[in-house]
Design a protein around this ligand. Structure first.
Ligand SMILES: NC(=O)c1ccc[n+]([C@@H]2O[C@H](COP(=O)([O-])OP(=O)(O)OC[C@H]3O[C@@H](n4cnc5c(N)ncnc54)[C@H](OP(=O)(O)O)[C@@H]3O)[C@@H](O)[C@H]2O)c1
Length: 237
């Protein structure tokens, strides 16, 4: 068994997740790259020198299989990054017109997926000392910013499924941080900023730029728990 710190990153065959996996490897983590598509996941893992875990975060059976595979080589987990996420452009939109099914599908990945992955891998997180859970959230899930009638979110179109699922993910962060604090597990949300990926082709940051920032937070022993971090400080919930 490897003595290096172990990390699982969900949805890391591309985009921010892939860049996070890369930065963690650079920082000597033993990375388990989670992806729902075996071919894409294996190819990405091979390119990075990571281990591959097939994980569809919407399917508990897939997560239990992933746990079995992981437990063959590991007895603890130092870092779980709930990164897998979707934004269903065209179907998700203002609450008066958004497809309810699209809203459910968005919650299935962005909220229930993170909850399920966390529950499945929690026994392993509890076996490591100073372990962390990081939920990749979004400023679009900040209730404080959504309700600010003069703030920056007023000038962009907002989608109820995406915002509500990320606000729920933030609530999960707060509750987990309180519950798991006594176990020495830190739990935070982070907004990666506007990042150029398949989800956001207009993003200004590269995945590598944001991943470097996020991994420096992870490596910071002073990184608190129960916070909503962003690139330069914190966001209001
Ligand atoms: N890009 C931004 O500006 C931005 C801003 C704020 C927050 N975020 C958040 O950052 C995270 C990563 O987004 P991204 O921009 O890197 O998007 P992306 O390039 O579209 O990557 C999303 C990843 O999630 C995976 N995924 C989707 N559904 C899944 C499922 N059911 N099970 C497992 N994996 C699944 C995708 O896998 P497939 O390849 O199989 O689809 C892909 O690997 C998301 O949580 C997103 O909400 C992004």
């Amino acid at each position: 068994m490897s003595l290096r710190k172990k990390a699982i990153v969900t949805g890391s065959n591309k985009g921010i997740g892939y860049a996070l996996a890369k930065q963690l490897i650079i920082n000597n983590y033993d990375v388990w790259l989670g992806a729902r598509d075996t071919e894409l996941g294996q190819a990405a893992a091979k390119k990075l020198g990571a281990n591959f875990l097939r994980m569809d975060v919407t399917k508990t059976e897939s997560l239990k299989e992933a746990l079995k595979t992981y437990s063959l080589q590991n007895s603890s987990l130092d870092l779980l990054i709930n990164n897998a996420g979707i934004a269903l452009y065209g179907q998700d939109g203002p609450p008066s017109t958004a497809s309810v099914q699209a809203t459910r599908d968005t919650f299935a990945v962005n909220f229930f997926g993170a909850l399920d992955v966390t529950q499945v891998f929690l026994p392993f997180l509890k076996k490591a000392s100073n372990s962390q859970i990081l939920n990749i959230s979004s400023a679009l899930g900040s209730l404080a910013m959504l309700s600010d009638t003069t703030g920056p979110l007023n000038s962009i179109p907002l989608a109820v499924g995406y915002s509500a699922s990320k606000a729920s993910l933030n609530a999960l962060t707060i509750l987990l941080a309180k519950e798991l604090g006594p176990n020495g597990i830190r739990v935070n949300s982070v907004c990666p900023g506007s990042v150029n990926t398949d989800m956001n082709i207009a993003g200004q940051l590269t995945p590598d730029e944001t991943a470097k920032n996020i991994v420096s937070l992870i490596l910071d022993a002073g990184f608190a728990t129960g916070k909503f971090a962003q690139l330069n400080g914190t966001y209001p919930w």
